[in-house]
Design a protein around this ligand. Structure first.
Ligand code: HEC
Ligand code: HEC
Length: 165
């Protein structure tokens, strides 16, 4: 609102606009000083370091590669990847994931086949190969690391909620 206005204004309108601009300035200054005193509700993701100060990067968390299947937190959750995907190419021409998870290759690799939903196009039509909308696996499936959570996680399993009714 503050920045708007036509260049040719009649006098009363321009006086009004000037007043408005002044009011905007006061409001802006007020907002700045208020921001300084804003209560800290959420812990800063950057930690306790002062803003703009140089902080040593923490070591990268170690990926979890134990090959142990993880329980899904809800039925539709894409299962997390329990193995390393370091260096696996996933591009328009190459899909390293499918070299093990594709139907034709699961017997040799021992990997679980991509499920039937991965063959369905958006109309529910089942294709003979992976549907384009499920081609980029890491859109949905992610590996895990041993990093500790930055904020406490209050997630509750749906099966635990049932008992409260
Ligand atoms: C060398 C073969 C191989 C490749 C390549 C591979 N996987 Fe796997 N994947 C497996 C095997 C075998 C398992 C079964 C668990 C285990 O042994 O780690 C598995 C398990 C999984 C699971 C867990 C399934 C479940 O039901 O819990 C997911 C998700 C997965 N892989 C996704 C991927 C994605 C995404 C990629 C590509 C970035 C990929 N995989 C590449 C062999 C492979
Ligand atoms: C749009 C999100 C999405 C994409 C992209 C996707 N998946 Fe999945 N995947 C899921 C969901 C959700 C499930 C669990 C429900 C289901 O089977 O649809 C799943 C299940 C799986 C499973 C377990 C199958 C089973 O029967 O236990 C494997 C293995 C898997 N996906 C591998 C892959 C691979 C490999 C790719 C890439 C070619 C891929 N997924 C791409 C969402 C996705």
């Amino acid at each position: 609102m503050c920045g708007q206005g036509r260049s040719r204004l009649n006098p009363p309108a321009s006086a009004f606009r000037a007043g408005l601009a002044a009011a905007c300035l006061v409001l802006f200054a007020g907002a700045l000083s208020a921001a300084g005193e804003a209560p800290q509700i959420v812990p800063r993701l950057t930690g306790e370091a002062a803003p703009m100060s140089e902080v040593k990067a923490p070591p990268l968390a170690r990926p979890i590669v134990d090959d142990v299947k993880r329980m899904r937190n809800y039925p539709e959750q894409p299962p997390v990847i329990p193995h390393s995907i370091e260096g696996y190419q996933l591009t328009l021409n190459t899909n390293r994931c499918l070299s093990c998870h594709k139907r034709e290759f699961t017997e040799g690799s021992g990997a679980p086949m991509i499920s039937i939903t991965h063959f369905m196009d958006r109309d529910g039509q089942v294709l003979s190969d992976v549907t384009p909308r499920r081609y980029f696996c890491t859109q949905c499936h992610v590996p895990q690391t041993d990093a500790s959570p930055l904020v406490p996680n209050l997630f509750q399993d749906a099966s635990k909620l049932g008992g409260q009714r």
